[in-house]
Ligand binder design. Structure first.
Ligand code: AMP
Ligand code: MG
Length: 346
């Protein structure tokens, strides 16, 4: 299949809306990561998303809307839940927050993986909003990568994965947030985060005026409530080892390893020179305390680390989980498949 790349201007948006309305797929920019978009009310189009990505069938999709009134036909909620939705929407929409709510009959089974709830988000990227509005339907859009790989945050990452597989890619520049949305389950009390993301748990708790639980790392033996969390995910081709601790401590650890020249080190800006002096292929992803930069650059940096041909990728990870630190920690521990080394401050 020939893949056209178009700027996300008026003409590009209209072309993409035509593809979506015709039951096809296109890649669209959002502020979190690029999405692989289809008409969310068309089961055949949504099935194509699973096929093209190689996504497991039991991993439900998020529906994207352009304005709050578009939410209500998709859900069945009581007045108290509606008040909560309005409160969160007023503060965080459009933006990187996804709300899980009891679904209505309008939502196809293939969206929810047969479950009783549907996940809904209103993105802030102007091209995503314009596309949803022009298509006139809610848009299903998981990340526009092949299943298991790091999510795409730049045009190049999307074209690497999807050229020849879909008819159209909209170029909307680099993703500003860089990690996926926070998924919060509002279908039961207490509210829980199912996946940490662009909006922090502290910010949600402050607006809701109550504690928000964390169900993103379920107890051993129990299936996760966000089915996507059970798969190896976000993984570069090379094996990844996470070094959790202060930059100074993980640098000392890196200095003790044999054959640095065969491996890549993804480090805080402050550590880049010293890691390079040790012989590693160095990529930096923001200052040590800058969780927003880590989130923005994380997936691109993992892809770039693979592009160096390194045998193994070591990544410095901040133990501080405030703000987007929680999402960065979550994605990196999933990329590492649990291969994390905790370095004490002593
Ligand atoms: P992605 O589209 O790749 O960003 O992944 C969407 C995430 O939202 C996955 O982790 C899904 O498992 C999760 N998700 C989507 N719909 C639901 C739902 N109805 N209930 C719980 N989690 C959901
Ligand atoms: Mg994804």
């Amino acid at each position: 299949m020939h893949t056209e790349i178009k700027a996300a201007d008026r003409e590009g948006i209209l072309a993409a809306a035509g593809v979506i309305r015709g039951g096809g797929l296109c890649a669209m920019p959002t502020e979190t990561v690029y999405g692989l978009a289809a008409n969310g009310l068309d089961p055949a189009a949504v099935r194509e998303i699973y096929r093209v990505k190689g996504r497991p069938q039991d991993n439900p999709l998020i529906l994207h809307i352009a304005s709050l009134p578009e939410l209500f036909p998709l859900v069945v909620i009581d007045p108290e839940t509606e008040a909560t939705v309005r409160l969160l929407a007023a503060r965080f929409w459009p933006g990187p927050l996804t709300m899980v709510l009891p679904r209505s009959g309008l939502v196809p089974d293939v969206i929810t993986a047969g479950g009783p709830t549907v996940a809904i988000r209103m993105p802030s990227h102007p091209a995503a909003r314009a596309l949803i509005a022009a298509a006139g339907v809610p848009i299903a859009a998981p990340s526009a990568n092949l299943s298991g790989k790091p999510s795409p945050t730049t045009l190049r990452d999307v074209t690497d994965d999807l050229t020849g597989r879909i008819p159209l890619i909209l170029d909307g520049g680099d993703a500003a947030v860089g990690v996926e949305s926070t998924v919060i389950d509002l279908s039961r009390r207490p509210f829980d985060i199912l996946r940490p993301g662009g909006i922090s748990r502290e910010a949600l708790a402050a607006v809701l005026g109550e504690e928000v639980g964390d169900a993103s790392a379920p107890a051993d033996g129990k299936p996760p409530r966000s089915p996507g969390m059970k798969y190896r995910h976000y993984a570069p081709a090379a094996p990844l080892t996470g070094l959790v601790g202060r930059g100074e401590d993980s640098l000392r650890y890196l200095a003790s390893l044999p054959h640095p020249e065969e491996n890549a080190a993804v480090v805080f800006d402050e550590c880049a020179e010293r890691a390079a002096a040790l012989g590693y292929r160095v990529l930096s992803y923001g200052a040590e305390a800058d969780h927003d930069a880590h989130a923005r650059l994380l997936f691109l940096t993992l892809r770039n680390a693979d592009r160096t041909g390194a045998g193994r990728i070591y990544v410095q990870i901040s133990p501080d989980r405030h703000g987007r630190g929680d999402a960065v920690f979550n994605r990196l521990s999933r990329s590492a498949g649990g291969d994390l080394i905790y370095l004490s401050a002593e």
